[in-house]
Ligand binder design. Structure first.
Ligand code: 6LW
Length: 549
């Protein structure tokens, strides 16, 4: 392989390549097409599949986990659900392997509810419905990786808690183990052995990926925890994926400190492009908030791309050995600056929703609560019994926040049938932290707009009419969200549309607090929601569009 060097012809591009929460990227190339998946946690469908032909511009083309028989998430804590999938291609089949946490840690004093990993596969990655049902492994763990050796053996590496662990060392005990598996059954045919504990801080060793290049097997691991200590390490073995492993002299290969504009870098996967250049994708955070000791952002952890060079003695160097940054230098290959489009809209006029809408958890009755055909030109939703604070699946459709600044807006027709029913839009961090603006009926019978932060203080304004549609807006600024509305009475002229009455605001910092249970692993979502408290609403909530402008 060519050793690349920096030259005047180097181009730059902007990271992240996948804004909005998209951690734990795993990447493959099949001929000229690149495919990438990221963690989807408690949102369904799970395991998004993105496609690119230049590694920089990515399009969501579907999801690997779309059916209840593949993914049935009932009431996980924030950050539960689908973790760190690995995407691989072998002999015409695409494989996606992952695990699902339904309860991450029921209580601190209890053991974790360790899931078993599984894989699904398809020959047609463009068709989300074509992925098989899961084949479960007999091993517990998270961050499953599959490696096919030239002799036909398939290796499963995964992170789980060491046997005979040191009770003092809570995190370091979570280490990478490996076994040979029979792919048909998912059963191991060799004893699972420890291959790597974290050498960075007191953190876990996780996110393992194994591949062979030249005469070496390479093992990459994310270490130090996904917070400020997050790093990426490399080992290699000439003999076998079971080891012995030799440590890369420049470990950790990637580690950004808390001074950098991009932080918590790690969890890499690797790909060779069509021209023989190597690249790593990894997760990183663009911090907006460092209050709780680890950098958080409304976008959670996002996917980044950096160049990889191989030294003559066979060790990799990531991003020219420099800290990862937003503006990234690429070895010359016709790359260019690419600005993610900031505008997005959906008019609910086609029979299928655009990709990128999610339920929280596996929706129990999606067909009876959500329809694009019941009222042409509208998304019609009938509220189920759960509010946004519920660990259950509320009647709500979520989309990731991708940009710091702009206005999220929707237009709603809703006549609540009781004081307990409500419809509107919200900005949602997890079921502990959200803020909604919606239409309700006051005990007096008047229709109102109510602003409800998850803490429960409410601001409200009476509406003039009982039936006019309302535009609901959430304005995103660097440091806060503002919530406004406009009632579209007959008197409102086209020219004075979007003349919002602002009801209140909430700081970004208060919206990105760590949840009291679970993990702050996701990012901010906008949602359209409706509910009737502990009942089903008989009044439809009809949305004519949703947009981010
Ligand atoms: C991911 C694991 C991790 O599976 O976070 O802290 C998990 N470490 O590598 C979810 O992103």
């Amino acid at each position: 392989l060519r050793r690349l060097s920096r030259s005047a012809a180097d181009e730059t591009f902007l990271n992240p390549i996948l804004p909005g929460f998209n951690p734990d990227p795993s990447i493959i190339r099949v001929k000229k097409d690149y495919f990438l998946t990221t963690s989807s946690f408690e949102y369904t469908p799970g395991a998004p599949i993105y496609h690119s032909t230049d590694l920089i511009q990515w399009t969501l083309i579907g999801h690997a986990l779309t059916r209840k028989s593949q993914l049935d998430i009932k009431a996980p804590e924030p950050g539960g659900g689908v973790w760190a999938c690995t995407l691989r291609y072998h002999s015409g089949w695409f494989y996606l392997t992952t695990c699902v946490w339904d309860r991450y840690r029921p209580q601190d004093s209890h053991e974790r509810a360790w899931p078993r990993g599984f894989y699904v596969k398809t020959m047609d990655i463009w068709n989300s419905d074509s992925w098989t049902d899961p084949v479960y492994f007999d091993q517990p763990g998270f961050d499953q990786d599959l490696f096919w050796d030239e002799d036909g053996k398939v290796y499963l590496s995964t992170t789980y808690q060491k046997v005979n662990r040191d009770p003092e060392s809570k995190l370091k005990d979570q280490a990478v183990h490996i076994c040979i598996i029979d792919l048909e059954t998912g059963n191991s045919t060799s004893k699972s052995t420890l291959i790597r504990e974290s050498h960075v801080g007191s953190g876990v060793a996780e996110g393992s990926h194994i591949f062979k290049k030249g005469k070496y097997y390479y093992l990459f691991t994310a270490e130090g925890g996904t917070e400020s200590g997050h790093s990426e390490c490399c080992l290699r073995s000439e003999k076998s994926p079971l080891g012995p492993w030799e440590e890369c002299p420049s470990n950790p290969l990637v580690h950004n400190s808390t001074e950098h504009e991009v932080q918590n870098t790690g969890h890499c996967d690797f790909v060779e492009d069509t021209e023989g250049n190597w690249w790593a994708v990894c997760l990183a955070v663009r911090p907006t908030n460092t209050g709780s000791g680890w950098a958080t952002s409304v976008f959670g952890r996002e996917s980044f791309l950096v160049p990889v060079l191989w030294s003559d003695d066979g060790w990799p160097e990531l991003n020219f050995g420099r800290p990862i940054s937003l503006l990234t230098i690429a070895p010359a290959r016709g790359m260019y600056m690419y600005d993610q489009p900031t505008k997005w809209s959906e008019k609910f006029t086609s029979p299928k929703l655009q990709l990128g809408w999610y339920n929280k958890n596996t929706a129990v009755k999606p067909e009876s609560e959500c329809s694009l055909t019941a009222r042409p030109g509208y998304l019609r939703m009938y509220g189920g019994p759960y509010r946004l604070s519920s660990p259950n699946s509320p009647t709500a459709l979520f989309r990731k926040q991708l940009h710091r600044q702009g206005v999220w807006r929707t237009r709603l027709a809703f006549g609540p049938d009781s004081p307990g029913s409500e419809a509107g839009t919200a900005v949602y961090w997890n079921y502990f932290t959200w803020s909604s603006i919606g239409v309700r009926r006051a005990p007096s019978g008047a229709r109102q707009i109510v602003l409800t932060p998850s803490e429960g203080e409410v601001a409200s304004a009476d509406l003039e009419t009982d039936d006019a549609e309302v535009i609901l807006a959430i304005e995103c600024q660097e440091s806060k969200y503002r919530f406004g509305f406009q009632e579209m009475t007959k008197a409102v002229k086209k020219s004075s549309e979007n003349n919002f009455q602002w009801l209140g605001e909430r700081s970004t910092e208060s919206m990105t607090q760590d949840p009291p249970i679970g993990l702050p692993f996701t990012g901010m979502m906008f949602c359209l929601y409706t509910f009737a408290e502990m009942q089903r609403s008989l009044a439809p909530a009809d949305y004519t569009y949703a947009e981010f402008m």
